[in-house]
Design a protein around this ligand. Structure first.
Ligand code: HDE
Length: 690
């Protein structure tokens, strides 16, 4: 029996990890009593009523009845993995944090990616921001960098967060739509809050439909501070850059994936790690000197703003490798509690008003989700370094603190130093100055600083940084979203706000909706021209590679095995994976032997793959021409801009499906090379990009 399939608890009192040190040959109750029959409950007679006495049944059902905990109010659906962070460039001059102290030093991490709006059981590929939360188990305590895949946030002040989330979640009266921003309440709120415009345009871009968690960037969003051993503070922004480059889906593909595989991203992450293709990111910092912070025309404490990489380059100081899947989804993914307030000496907060609110919210929510203030004792949350304090008792106290004294100072504690553990000079010290960027620490004001008042220059810069296709995707996303908004004044108001970003964008969206461009809403501050930044575009940062991608080969009975093997090894040789698809899973008789498919055609539609090829005989093609799954397979691959490889026999299927041959539609011999990218030029033949 596998170690994972039984839970036994014959550990020492106070031991945290309940491993299988108990009997492995039999099921037991939670209290360690061996069970003789797990198929039948205890009855009064063979057809009589069940007896209350049956503690085996009662315990099992009792436990089952309470297996669910409240899901996260946001970011409920997530996928996670273990790994490590390695410092590649030590920065003791900037931070005294021990994880950055030495080149080559490794720190264990647990990383959770998530969608924001949908429930825990919702789909993986809606249009949404993605969470990117990393728990570093450093030797000086846990540091949680709880970021997103978009570097800015919708709102500037934590007090607006409940409003934002209420507006995007399913509507209050009807309970739908699930996991979607395309509805009235979201756009009602967005169009009334111009500060949302920067994140809105990112969320309408391809950033919000990533191909894989492994192919998206991560950002700490807020400006943080690093503090060195001398107490000097430096503003920084944190960045994760995927080694596989950035890659997104196209919208129709992401929508179809919601039917083809609800777990597309979860499965992708799991399978990559399971097969030894460990996802990896570089970790970098943008150092923002005080001088730069003063000079910028906006406030670096405003979370709706980026600092372009052209102005403050990203300095790579580490890398993260995820190399181990969780053993248990609930114990690790569900019970993981990330807290932006978890910082270590050398890393500190700034006065960003959104960050300040988060410092309260995450601690608070864990009590409601995990039910106890002792959630830090759950293995996934517990620090891996020693910890000691006088916090005691409470529900689910699983550690067994020793000693007579539970107060400090004391002279009775036998563990540790004579007078019990004490605060130490090495401990975390809050950076003391509160007067940066013009702040006056004596005022108590409910105001928004004027330097937070430009809501349109950066969305405009984002728009101007995109390729033509990417701009078209943003315009189409807005048309799609607003077409789902039933209330006309919300559509019009959104257009009048978008006009401040760019007139052409507003016109394209208005045309798509069949409306006229309304007058612009007067902005609080007139936008200025900030130019463009290539790092904001996905297509400009795309990697032409098959590494880490999955492609499919369609074959059928009678196909040529040698041709399939050759294609497979050419893809695998370049670091990609191959999935064999056939009308029947088989084993099927093919020319040269027998072959088993990985998936059946109707159950393995082409949105699941990065490129497709066909190895078919003319008689099979005749049959497949009449099969809607085969036609959809080919047509979707074409309209999702993927490379399609064909053999002489299968060319007729492409022609029959109305495929127009271009650089991406190639004979199989050229397919492994062609499959390394998507064919954006094709898009104008398929959709109106105006
Ligand atoms: Fe969160 N957020 N958030 N958020 N957030 C939560 O904490 C909150 C914000 C982010 O994988 C909750 O444990 C407030 C920004 C991620 O477990 C909750 C505000 C960013 C995750 C919460 C924000 C994030 C959360 C829900 C405005 C990017 C998932 C469950 C002040 C920098 C972490 C939980 C995981 C989760 C509150 C804004 C990212 C309710 C009040 C900005 C990745 O505490």
């Amino acid at each position: 029996m596998s170690r994972r399939s039984i839970q036994s608890g014959k550990g020492k009192a106070g031991e945290l990890h309940q491993t299988s040190s108990g009997p492995r040959d039999a099921l037991t109750t939670n209290h360690g009593v061996r069970i003789s029959d797990n198929q039948n409950s205890l009855r009064a007679g063979s057809v009589g009523p069940t007896l209350l006495e049956d503690f085996v049944l009662r315990e099992k059902i009792f436990h089952f009845d309470h297996e669910r905990i409240p899901e996260r109010i946001v970011h409920a659906r997530g996928s996670a993995a273990h790994g490590y962070f390695e410092c590649t460039d030590a920065i003791p001059g900037l931070s005294r944090a021990s994880l950055f102290s030495e080149k080559g030093k490794r720190t264990p991490v647990f990383t959770r990616f998530s969608t924001v709006a949908g429930g825990a059981g919702s789909v993986d590929t809606p249009r949404d921001v993605r969470g990117f939360a990393v728990k570093f188990y450093t030797d000086e305590g846990n540091w949680d960098l709880v970021g997103n895949n978009i570097p800015v946030f919708f709102i500037q002040d934590a007090i607006k967060f409940p409003d934002l989330i209420h507006s995007v979640k399913m509507e209050a009266d009807r309970g739908f739509p699930q996991a979607a921003s395309a509805h009235d309440t979201f756009w009602d709120f967005i169009s009334l809050m111009p500060e949302t415009m920067h994140t809105m345009i990112w969320a309408m871009s391809d950033r919000a439909i990533p191909r894989s968690y492994r192919m998206m960037e991560g950002f700490g969003v807020h400006t943080f501070r690093l503090v060195n051993a001398k107490g000097k503070s430096t503003f920084v922004k944190f960045h994760w850059k995927p080694k596989l480059g950035l890659q997104s889906l196209v919208w129709d593909e992401s929508a179809k994936l919601q039917g083809a595989d609800n777990d597309f991203h979860r499965r992708d992450l799991w399978e990559a790690i399971d097969s030894g293709n460990f996802p990896e990111w570089n970790f970098g910092i943008q150092v923002i000197s005080e001088k730069l912070a003063e000079e910028l025309p906006y406030n670096v404490l405003d979370p709706t703003k980026i600092v372009p990489e052209e102005i403050a380059p990203v300095r790579i100081i580490g890398r993260m490798v995820l190399d181990r899947n969780p053993d248990n989804h609930f114990a690790e993914n569900e019970q993981a509690a990330f807290l932006p307030s978890n910082v270590v000496p050398g890393i500190d907060f700034t006065n960003d008003p959104l960050l300040q609110g988060r410092l309260f919210s995450y601690l608070d929510t864990q009590k409601s989700r995990l039910g106890t203030t002792n959630f830090h004792q759950i293995p996934i949350n517990a620090p891996k370094c020693p910890f000691a304090n006088m916090q005691r008792d409470g529900m689910m106290q699983t550690f067994v603190p020793k000693g007579r004294a539970n107060y400090e100072p004391n002279t009775l504690d036998e563990a540790g130093e004579a007078a019990g553990p004490r605060a130490s000079k090495e401990g975390f010290r809050t950076f003391e100055s509160n007067t940066e960027l013009g702040n006056s620490p004596t005022d108590k004001l409910r105001v928004r600083d004027e330097t937070f008042g430009d809501h349109f220059s950066q969305p405009r810069m984002f728009w101007h940084s995109q390729t033509e296709n990417e701009q078209a995707h943003i315009a189409s996303a807005l048309v799609f979203e607003l077409s789902k908004v039933g209330t006309e004044h919300i559509r019009k108001r959104t257009l009048s706000v978008i006009r401040n970003i760019d007139h052409d964008l507003a016109k394209r969206v208005a045309d798509g909706l069949g409306l006229k461009v309304p007058a612009a809403t007067p902005p609080f501050r007139e936008p200025v021209d900030l130019g463009s930044s290539d790092s904001l575009s996905i297509q400009k940062n795309w990697q032409t590679t098959i590494r880490g991608r999955t492609v499919a080969i369609l074959f059928a009975e009678g196909s040529d095995k040698d041709a399939i093997d050759e294609l497979t090894s050419s893809i695998e040789g370049k670091g990609g994976s191959v999935y064999l698809v056939a009308p029947k899973v088989g084993p099927l008789k093919v020319k040269g032997g027998m072959l088993q498919a990985d998936g059946q055609l109707a159950g393995s539609p082409s949105p699941l793959f990065d490129a497709v090829a066909m190895v078919l005989m003319p008689d099979q093609v005749e049959k497949l021409m009449k099969d809607s799954a085969a036609r959809g397979w080919v047509s979707d691959a074409y309209s999702h801009l993927k490379a399609i490889g064909y053999c002489p026999g299968s060319k007729a299927l492409l022609e029959d499906c109305g495929i127009v041959f271009d650089d991406g539609i190639v004979p199989n011999e050229k397919w492994a090379k062609a499959a390394a990218r998507r064919y954006w030029d094709r898009e104008s033949n398929l959709r109106d990009l105006a």
